[in-house]
Design a protein around this ligand. Sequence first.
Ligand code: COA
Length: 254
Amino acid sequence: MSDILVHEQGGVCTLTLNRPDKKNSLTSSMYAELANLFTQAQENPSVRVLVIQGSETVFCAGNDISDFIENPPSTLQSPVFKFLQALVQFPKPLIAAVCGPAVGIGTTLLFHCDLVYAGDNAVFSMPFVNLGISPEAASSILAPQVMGYQRAAQALLFGEPFMAEAAMEAGLVNQIIPPTELKDFVQRQALKLAAKPLKSVLETKILLKGHLIPEMQKRVKEEGEIFSKMLTEPAALEAMKAFKEKRKPDFTGL
Ligand code: COA
């Protein structure tokens, strides 16, 4: 079965991350597929709303760490950057349904969603520093904008997980729903939005965030250059080796 399931009904296209054995972590081929699916959803006139979700127990464990070692994103043509470019300028409403862990890109992609609904089991984290790397997906500008500087600095420097309640208080989450009810709730919200006049919805999104797109595109590129370089340096190599060996990394002297 595919690692990303696609379902379309009533103007709502739903992408479900479906790699449960690896906690829905994203490989380069999944990024490439997501980039294509976002482009198709943008171009397909029958799609009026896009939903991204995981399962009831996990949203996304971030980049696949083994894939990072084997296929590090080395240029801005890499699948991850293609996905980020598609995400940044996606013009239709994008809704996320988040249950369980949302790590790294699992959290940073949410800054690009127009609506984020979370199960009360959702746990968010941006552990880039703990992996010897740096923020991506324009989170270095969007996290302070959405959460406020101090909360963003705490989340990005310590990389510690925070729960759904804290995420809602910080402005990242719209509403908390019991995990077993989340998917149905999000479908109802998406269908409600899909029934509204499309042009009004699209113009509203442009007015809300269209002016930020060039800045986000520039930041994705700047972050990507730093991120790709740091990925090959000793701290990241130690962190990824430690993850594979199921031990704490040792950053002494790094
Ligand atoms: N990349 C690759 N494999 C991953 C992964 C990732 N990002 N996240 C989880 N996995 C794999 C584990 O290695 C494990 O594989 P195994 O069964 O072959 O040993 C499997 O998924 C289950 O993970 P596990 O850690 O046992 O599940 P958990 O429920 O205890 O914890 C997480 C879930 C998401 C909290 C934890 O897996 C985690 O912290 N993952 C790493 C997240 C991360 O640092 N991502 C990169 C961000 S940039």
